[in-house]
Write a protein that binds this ligand. Structure first.
Ligand SMILES: C=CC1=C(C)c2cc3[nH]c(cc4nc(cc5[nH]c(cc1n2)c(C)c5CCC(=O)O)C(CCC(=O)O)=C4C)c(C)c3C=C
Ligand SMILES: [Fe+2]
Length: 414
């Protein structure tokens, strides 16, 4: 029997409690009140042409983990990916990682779920899996490593920590409850014990991008709206052009059709320096207003920026070295990214400064056209760069979606 995590806390008691609340509410309003839908009860389908966690509306919390594969045995890796598929299909629907659950198995054996999500709703959990460039040669798959899956080049000003970079596999867990996201990664790591080990992981909060027009634009750690001009789920043609891997582009990519590429950058933001910067300078550096997120050329948040508009003295209203001017499709051969990043604060440094910033995540159809040229431009010319330090990095091929009965990585390893 598969019980939902809510079921585990006692179906009878829960039903009674809901019934009583519903009755009281109905009486007070003089009608039978439907309780408002609980957003934490939301689930996203695990199966489909694309993995969830890319075009699905961005949740509020993140636990991202990169794994090293400890074995050279291809069958063992395939077994792990099968086991991860089963667990992920369950976890994302609000079930325990294994069929016995945290307390239902043998008293003499470790439980097949760690238990910290008992009683928690599904919380919109999505789990998104990717494979890194280093995996291929080790498993005799060199011929199937796409040209696009080449480690990112060094960019000017990079200060990358190898202990926060790269990895053979990655899992992005997003949920509206941090404990649900952490629980998912912990259980996947537990299932993988002996085959994989966590290389590094990153927690995030306050999604810094909206990926649906239904979502209000959140703010980053510099206080600016972030995600205004992002690609949105409601734009399937643009997602086809800029996010998904198409058929027939590179024979080495045939197993990846319907997948994507994920670029992760841990970007420290020098919060204390920014906080001593005038509002005028902050807006000049971004190219948008802080209050509304509107382009400095005028209009509301969603107005198109006019890079030719000039103000007093003939100077452009949007500084050509502002972040928005240099990241805009006009400056990047029409390229757009699906950004899905999160704020992070990992405590404070010994100097009392916040170890904080943006864990930048972008899903792209090809990093060679959709990230590398843009980041090269930003790293050398963007006025924002003065306030940033890139401290972690990784590139993964994001596996295509899984059909019922299929498994993650099947097209690559079967
Ligand atoms: C290489 C790609 C990008 C990196 C790295 C990056 C870092 C970064 N961005 C902000 C804040 C904002 N970015 C905004 C827009 C924006 N940024 C990128 C790309 C990268 N950003 C793009 C493609 C865009 C959209 C440009 C456009 O089409 O107009 C904005 C404006 C609001 C918005 O549209 O999202 C802000 C604010 C930070 C703080 C940061 C590193 C920490
Ligand atoms: Fe940006």
């Amino acid at each position: 029997m598969t019980l939902s995590r809510r079921g585990l806390i006692g179906a009878a008691g829960g039903a009674a409690a809901v019934g009583a609340a519903g009755l009281a509410g109905g009486l007070a309003l003089g009608r039978t009140a439907e309780p408002p839908p609980d957003p934490l009860a939301r689930t996203y389908p695990f199966h489909g042409a694309h993995q969830a966690g890319i075009a699905t509306p961005a949740q509020d919390r993140l636990h991202f983990a990169a794994f090293d594969v400890l074995t050279d045995d291809r069958a063992k890796l395939a077994r792990l990916l099968r086991a991860w598929t089963t667990a992920a299909a369950r976890l994302t629907q609000g079930l325990a990682a294994g069929e016995q659950g945290p307390t239902g198995g043998s008293y003499q054996a470790p439980p097949d779920d760690t238990g910290e999500a008992i009683g928690l709703p599904p919380s919109g959990l999505t789990l998104t899996f990717g494979v890194g460039p280093a995996l291929f040669d080790r498993f005799g798959l060199g011929q199937r490593r796409p040209e696009a899956l080449t480690p990112l080049p060094a960019f000017p000003g990079d200060a990358l920590d190898p202990d926060r970079s790269d990895g053979d596999l990655c899992v992005q867990a997003c949920a509206d409850d941090p404990q649900v996201a952490v629980h998912a990664i912990r259980n996947l790591a537990r299932i993988g014990m002996g085959t994989v080990s966590v290389r590094w992981s990153q927690l995030g909060f306050g999604r810094t991008s909206s990926t649906s027009t239904a979502q209000p634009t959140p703010r980053n750690m510099f206080g600016f709206k972030d995600g205004t001009a992002n690609l949105k789920a409601e734009e399937p043609d643009l997602l086809d052009r800029h996010v998904w891997v198409p058929a027939g582009r590179d024979p080495r990519e045939d197993w990846l059709v319907g997948g994507s590429y994920l670029v992760a950058r841990r970007i420290n933001m020098t919060i204390e320096t920014w906080d001593r910067t005038s509002l005028a300078e902050q807006e000049r550096v971004i190219g948008r207003s802080k209050a509304e997120g509107a382009p400095l050329s005028g209009g509301d948040e969603f107005a198109a920026p006019d890079f030719a508009a000039a103000g007093r003295g003939g100077l452009p209203l949007i500084d050509p070295r502002s972040h928005v001017a240099l990241a805009h499709p006009d400056a990047n051969d029409g390229v757009q990214l699906l950004r899905r990043g999160y704020n992070f604060v990992d405590g404070s440094t010994r100097l009392g400064r916040l170890d904080a910033g943006l864990f930048f995540l972008a899903f792209v159809t090809d990093p060679r056209t959709h990230f590398i040229p843009m980041q090269t431009r930003l790293a050398s010319r963007d006025a924002l760069q003065e306030y940033l330090r890139h401290t972690g990095s990784g590139l993964w091929a994001v596996l295509p979606g899984v059909n019922e009965g299929g498994w993650l990585g099947e097209t690559l390893l079967a």
